[in-house]
Design a protein. Sequence first.
Length: 235
Amino acid sequence: MKEFEETRLNAAITYISRMADGNNPTNNRPANSDLLDNPNVIRCLHFVKEVLEEVRNNNGRTGRYKKPSKKPFPFEVLKAFAYREDKSILHLIRQFAEPVTEEDVRLPNAAAINKWLGANGYLDRRMAPQNGKEYWVPSEKGKLIGLYEREGNAPDGRFYITVMYNESAQRFMADHIEQIVRSYDAGNLTQKEDPEEKEISGISRGLSEQDRQEAEDLYAEQWKQWDNEIPFQQH
């Protein structure tokens, strides 16, 4: 991506505009030139003018614009973490983020957390006979740190399994979340979606606020909005 000075852009736009009108670019007087009367040349000059104006409107940038990077999560806030109640990973991430006051902070990634736990033996994949789909479930090792599973049916009747974190598991995550994020950033954790993530998009449509919250609880660790790293904003 290149950047251009605004004064140079303004001068170029002025000159192109004058030529497109059939005038001398330096003094804006009618030019005695058949070239500037050619319809193809006129169309080309107007096109170049539009491009230059768009560059100016884009603060002098050309090429694909890369959004500014989000600020890293301030892991030091977790030193004051306090257990409240058992919860899923999504709600645990939200609690982790509560002390953060800055905007555009990159939150820990829920899907990456599941994959890290799986790679380190705390979670396994298990097919549910109720619907033939695979879910993350605590392994024996995971149960030792306080993970347990909850089964049920969403408001639309779909079966679910969600991993819950008791106090011990939440403190384990508070101690290891920085390591997990750094592994994710280093590319050591695959970003491929879990199979059950494909079903999430339509879960909360048409639900009451209470049912919407329940659906969010049930599918907490798979919600795509967190896998897409939506920045945290304090309200």
